[in-house]
Write a protein of this length. Structure first.
Ligand code: SF4
Ligand code: SF4
Length: 70
């Protein structure tokens, strides 16, 4: 059965445009499924555990995250 998962479009993601280089989507995920190694790095999702709630989608100012059916 298909599940909803957040995927980062790395062509759109611009951490340098986010506040202090901190990924707003990382901060928004209630399950801490997006990881940013350090400021100004792109975030890495852990899609197998994603709930598809889209809070990260709403938080990202660059619209770099989409929910997709996998
Ligand atoms: S909030 Fe969006 S643009 Fe900023 S680092 Fe996170 S995914 Fe990239
Ligand atoms: S869709 Fe929800 S659970 Fe999945 S990474 Fe985004 S905020 Fe986290």
């Amino acid at each position: 059965m298909p599940r909803k998962m957040a995927l980062v479009d790395y062509k759109k993601c611009r951490p340098e445009l986010c506040d202090s280089g901190s990924c707003a989507a990382v901060l928004a995920c209630p399950h801490k499924l997006l990881r940013q190694e350090s400021p100004f790095e792109v975030p890495m999702p852990a899609p197998s555990f994603c709930k598809g709630c889209a809070k990260c989608v709403v938080a990202c100012p660059m619209k770099a995250i989409q929910i997709q059916l996998m």
